[in-house]
Design a binder for this molecule. Structure first.
Ligand SMILES: [Zn+2]
Length: 342
């Protein structure tokens, strides 16, 4: 049974404006706001963030904070203050040795920065939880990935990762992605999220953690290898409460959506978590509007616990707005109200 219907929101400036938007979300059947807090918001709009969370609570909405695009390690279009302020601690290409515009989340520098960001917001804003939004290494993406091209190069080959690899395995880190490298990347990728999730639960055990990973095939032939493609390892993390998978385009085959949905539910059940599936509420819209209700029903019938869409008002007014953004938002709202019997 679907118990939560989420929408992401990045209008994080004025409380009275957020209030009007939250009321509109309520009218669209939303139960939970995924509050996309950028590094700039954290640095500049801090006084208003707790007030905005309070206002959402007052109106009966749950709030999960999304460290949107933080370090460009998480998904999202925002720019990263960490990268602006740090020349070191970036992910490094294994093949060319170039430093890339992605924070290396295996460095103590970024791990501290990220933990402080989350712990501070947990204490000051008192949300219901946090949302780990498409964490990833810069490369690679599999050739059959929905998000990218051929995977030759990979990260991270920075001095910190290389030293940690050699300390653990007793030989220098290869430039070829061997099984040891894959295992190392999976294990290290979970450290930053596990440590921060644990720290958050120590502040308040009721804080709920959703880990949302790329909706990849993870098949025998193709895998994205972006650090969180081993769903069993992600699902087994004791500090995560909800196992979630990201958006796929409405134009992709229904069978692919079903496959991702079924595997998401299976992993969540296997590890005693709730399951969540995301819908494309920005950028593209289905050719036939009835597809929204149909795919929501597929998720419901598959046993998904929570559904979510990116983003408020279909991305209206942004470069990633759907062609008929407000119509997409209304259509998603109709399905939200329907599954909640509202
Ligand atoms: Zn690194």
């Amino acid at each position: 049974m679907i118990t939560q219907t989420s929408i992401s929101y990045y209008g994080l400036n004025y409380v009275e404006h957020a209030e009007a938007d939250f009321k509109e979300m309520k009218a669209h059947g939303v139960t939970q706001v995924i509050l996309a807090v950028t590094e700039f918001d954290f640095d500049f709009w801090r006084p208003n963030i707790p007030k905005i969370v309070d206002k959402a609570h007052e109106l009966g909405l749950r709030v999960l904070i999304d460290p949107w695009g933080n370090g460009k390690y998480f998904g999202g279009e925002q720019v990263s203050k960490f990268l602006q302020d740090n020349v070191e601690n970036r992910q490094v290409s294994a093949l060319t040795g170039e430093r890339l515009p992605y924070a290396c989340f295996n460095t103590n520098s970024y791990r501290d920065y990220f933990r402080n960001f989350c712990v501070t917001l947990a204490r000051e804003a008192k949300p219901d939880g946090f949302f780990w939004d498409e964490p990833h290494y810069a490369f690679p993406k599999g050739i059959a990935s929905i998000t990218g091209g051929v995977a030759d190069d990979w990260t991270c080959y920075c001095p910190v990762c290389r030293k940690r690899f050699e300390d653990y395995y007793g030989y220098p880190m290869p430039k070829y992605m061997t099984n040891d490298v894959k295992q190392f990347r999976w294990r290290e990728a979970l450290v930053v999220l596990s440590d921060t999730s644990k720290a958050l639960k120590e502040i308040d055990p009721k804080l709920e953690i959703t880990c949302c990973v790329h909706a990849t095939q993870n098949g025998y032939y193709v895998s994205e290898y972006r650090g969180y493609d081993n769903w069993d390892m992600v699902g087994a993390c004791p500090y995560f409460d909800v196992f979630s998978t990201t958006i796929i385009n409405w134009a992709l085959p229904e069978d692919f959506f079903r496959d991702i949905t079924d595997r998401t539910v299976a992993i969540a059940k296997k590890y005693g978590k709730q399951s969540e599936r995301w819908f494309m509420g920005y950028y593209k819209q289905p050719k036939d509007w009835a597809q929204v209700a149909k795919w929501v029903d597929i998720a419901k019938d598959a046993g998904v616990d929570r559904i979510a869409a990116w983003t408020y008002r279909g991305g209206y007014g942004t470069v990633v707005g759907a062609p008929d953004a407000l119509k997409l938002w209304d259509t998603i709202g109709e399905s939200y109200r329907r599954v909640l019997n509202k």
